[in-house]
Design a protein around this ligand. Sequence first.
Ligand SMILES: [Zn+2]
Length: 184
Amino acid sequence: MRTAMMAGGIGSAELADLVARGATVSRSVPVASLARLAALAPPAVAGAGAQLDAGLTFQAGAEGYPQVRLVVTGMVPLVCQRCLGLLEQPVSVDVLLTMVRDDREAGGLADPFDTVLLADGGLVPDQVIEDEVLVALPLVPKHAAGTPCGSRVEPAGRLDSGEMHRPMAGLADLLDRGGPQGDK
Ligand SMILES: [Zn+2]
């Protein structure tokens, strides 16, 4: 009988087998399926089309706990904090994580920070991928200097008034006059 596993998760028995074989699991994950990453994209984009390619290579760790080497490449759509436009942030993650079951096990390691907590002995690859990509993203994403973003920044006090007019400003008046509350 197979133990039921979480959707997209690797159960403890399968995990032990992957470690014993030193196996590599490859995954392609749409950014749109990773809620926390997708939330960082401009609303109109919401991670559409962007994809992360990940490889997880399992091995027996030197300190008595199994390890997974995670390599992720791809692109994550972010909001540029200077122009608020779409910033296509390249991602390149390469980390070696020790798999532990709780904080106590993590505390006994030489490097307690490069760990991943197993849930019921199992691993959810997409969650690990998302966690590590989030950590690798810049705190304040911005287009690089010399890109169209940099050249679009207006000097202070010289806002183009042409961008300030509001073509919908008269719409509220029209709706008020023809609205359903008119019969009172
Ligand atoms: Zn920008």
